[in-house]
Design a protein around this ligand. Structure first.
Ligand code: NAD
Length: 329
């Protein structure tokens, strides 16, 4: 099958080529947008990543040019207009699980880095500054940690935090039996927000979870709470969180995702003047740590993403039902 692979970096090419035996993969570096969609003319399959634009207008162009399959290299599919895809007869497949460990471990990395100020300590010691002023942290042992969303990644995160001896609280409309067995206490969102010293977001971005952290829910936080988001940027109302940081309600912010990230992440913009004022404001705080959507970025995850993506394409090409098809509910 002829596959147009968008937003492809050298590492995507390396892992997809290694997993591929049957398909004709053509790699395009640009993001899929209305402007770049014509590149996929006559490609039966389009392979897309998280910041590719799969809205109604783009899908119409793709379908009119002969595309039949959208193969996402991600678990999340919030960037796809599923109703339009169904109307146009486009099949959407994804990689539901590639390494929940990669994302959960990165979330824990952000917590440790923020709590013990490792980013400051590293720079200080390299500068022969051995002072401890400003590096004071807190024990994770016995710390109440709130997990919003206890699916595959939330469960891995709970397992790791249990190892630290944390008290685990969770909010999820569908409690996970494995988490209950770990000793996780489920409660409603407001109780979780008001009882946790660390809150980590692991739910998908949906209309219900859009800006789940906003001015109202931030008011329920204990002053100084640590907020971690490795899920999707749209879960957080950024201006409200900036206010929360300024007031001290949010004591630490660790994010791997940002609502407007498609204009920034995955590119080297070091010679550019960033025009996003909210992003620049976040960068100015000493208690904010931002990584550029790298939580998934492990060797294991990339291998699994590539293998599942190629298998999904093969299933479609051979007319088999694909277990990873995303259906409109
Ligand atoms: P999953 O489907 O296994 O789990 C999601 C959980 O969220 C489910 O238990 C579901 O019941 C729960 N949920 C749904 N609506 C909710 C709500 N309103 N409030 C609280 N919980 C709710 O998904 P997963 O594999 O654990 O992935 C979670 C998210 O992580 C993905 O949707 C994706 O956005 C994100 N992700 C980020 C990266 C990264 O590199 N940063 C990589 C992979 C996934």
């Amino acid at each position: 099958m002829k596959v147009a692979v968008f937003s492809s970096k050298a590492y995507d090419q390396q892992f997809l080529n290694a997993a591929n035996t049957d398909h004709d993969l053509v790699f395009f570096e640009p993001r899929l947008t209305l402007v770049t969609a014509p590149l996929a003319k006559d490609f039966e399959a389009v392979c897309a990543f998280i910041n590719d634009q799969l809205d109604a207008e783009t899908l119409e162009i793709l379908a009119s040019q002969g595309t039949k399959l959208l193969a996402l290299r991600s678990a999340g599919f919030n960037n796809v207009d599923l109703a339009k895809a169904a109307e146009l007869g486009l099949t959407v497949v994804r990689v539901p699980a590639y390494s929940p460990y990669s994302v959960a471990e990165h979330a824990v990395g952000l917590i440790l880095m923020l709590n013990r100020k490792l980013y400051r300590a590293y720079n200080r010691v390299r500068d022969d500054n051995f002072s401890l002023e400003g590096l004071l942290g807190f024990d994770l042992h016995d710390c109440p940690v709130g997990i919003v969303g206890t699916g595959k990644i939330g469960q891995c995160f709970a397992q790791i935090m249990k190892g630290f001896g944390c008290r685990l609280l969770a909010y999820d409309p569908y409690p996970n039996p494995a988490c209950l067995e770990l000793g996780v206490t489920y409660m409603d969102l407001t109780d979780l927000l008001s009882q946790s010293n660390i809150i980590s977001l692991h739910c998908p971005l949906t209309p219900e979870t859009h800006h789940i952290i906003n001015a109202t829910t931030l008011a329920a936080f204990q002053p100084g709470t640590m907020l971690i988001n490795t899920s999707r940027g749209g879960l957080i109302d950024t201006p409200a969180v900036i206010d929360g940081i300024k007031s001290g309600q949010v004591g630490y912010l660790g994010i791997d995702v940002y609502e407007q990230e498609e204009h920034l992440f995955f590119e080297d913009l070091s010679d550019t003047v960033i025009q996003d004022d909210d992003f620049q404001r976040l960068q100015s705080f000493p208690n904010v740590l931002i990584t550029a959507h790298q939580a998934f970025f492990t060797h294991n995850a990339l291998e699994n993403i590539a293998t599942t993506t190629i298998n999904n394409i093969t299933d479609f090409a051979e007319g088999r039902p694909c277990m990873n098809q995303v259906k409109l509910t």
